[in-house]
Design a protein around this ligand. Structure first.
Ligand SMILES: Cc1cc2nc3c(=O)[nH]c(=O)nc-3n(C[C@H](O)[C@H](O)[C@H](O)COP(=O)(O)OP(=O)(O)OC[C@H]3O[C@@H](n4cnc5c(N)ncnc54)[C@H](O)[C@@H]3O)c2cc1C
Length: 266
């Protein structure tokens, strides 16, 4: 599939909203999920093929150095009436194909992607909802909060670089929201875990949505198992790994996730 950039907006110093329309979006089928994501394909500079391309065909016919770089991005929102697809892309100080693309994106630019996939939506059957993550999980956390109803309870802990990196989150649910600001030192790795440790669980069992940086997610997951949640009460997804490009991360991700899923309460 392909779509065109309709507009971009700087939401925070670290996040760019990209609104896409046109292209193949008329046949985009949004799953019933608030963590739906697309698998974007970025054409490398100097590639011999057109800006609109079929990623599978390129892999079959072109040398490896011409293959597109793959990155996953959450569907922040999908407008069924206008066929506009919105992504919120973290732009980080480390060099990154996707981050760089978003920084330079402008109206008319093509974005090629496959998907969508995804499968989480806050269950109305959960006693309450615990949503934890970093900026990369904000699109799915924001979409999940919007899907909650009045009378439901949501506890949200998000780590970001500082007050200007926070975004407005809206929900009909009773919201207990805390933004955690990174110190820029080794304490950052456990900010989410420490914050979740301090959450009063009260009545009932939460459903935990924990997505973001791999080691931080894993630490929170382990803690939640220790606090009595079962694997069925959790959606944990290590989206990215600090100091690794997505290519390097995907090479070890399967093994990492298997080890993470084998973590047991101590
Ligand atoms: C299902 C799924 C959905 C996702 N949805 C979103 C989304 O909606 N928005 C979003 O921004 N990201 C999202 N991500 C994460 C995103 O795909 C990765 O962060 C990706 O690595 C970014 O690619 P890049 O080309 O910018 O950087 P890369 O080339 O992959 O990495 C370059 C360097 O930047 C670092 N880096 C990568 N991501 C971050 C980050 N978020 N913060 C700080 N440093 C980073 C890497 O560790 C590496 O050192 C999602 C991932 C998955 C699996």
């Amino acid at each position: 599939m392909q779509a065109r950039v309709a507009a971009t907006e700087r939401l925070t110093p670290g996040m760019i909203r990209v609104v896409l329309d046109g292209g193949d979006l008329e046949r985009f089928e949004m799953p019933d999920a608030t963590d739906a994501y697309i698998n974007v394909a970025f054409r490398p500079a100097g590639a011999s093929y057109d800006e609109v391309f079929d990623p599978r065909a390129v892999r079959e016919t072109c040398p490896a150095e011409e293959w597109p770089a793959r990155r996953r991005y959450t569907v922040r929102s999908w407008d069924t009436a206008t066929h506009a697809l919105t992504l919120d892309v973290v732009v980080h100080a480390d060099e990154g194909v996707a981050s760089r693309w978003a920084l330079n994106a402008g109206p008319g630019d093509v974005l090629v992607f496959e998907g969508p996939g995804g499968g989480y939506r806050p269950s109305p059957g959960a006693d309450w909802h615990l949503l934890v993550g970093d900026e990369s999980a904000l699109p799915s956390i924001a979409a999940s909060l919007e899907a909650l109803s009045a009378g439901e309870r949501a506890v949200v802990r998000v780590v970001c670089d500082g007050p200007s990196y926070e975004i407005p989150l809206t929900t009909a649910a009773d919201l207990d929201l805390q933004w955690l600001h990174r110190y820029g030192d080794e304490r950052d790795a456990s900010l989410l875990r420490v914050a979740v440790e301090a959450v009063e669980f009260g009545e009932g069992t939460p459903f935990g949505f924990v997505h973001g940086e791999a080691d931080e997610i894993r630490g929170v997951r382990r803690l939640l198992l220790e606090r009595g949640l079962t694997r069925q009460d959790l959606s944990c997804s290590p989206y990215w790994r600090r100091s690794m490009t997505d290519e390097a991360w995907r090479r070890i991700k399967r093994e990492y996730v298997a080890a993470m899923e084998a973590d047991a309460p101590v």
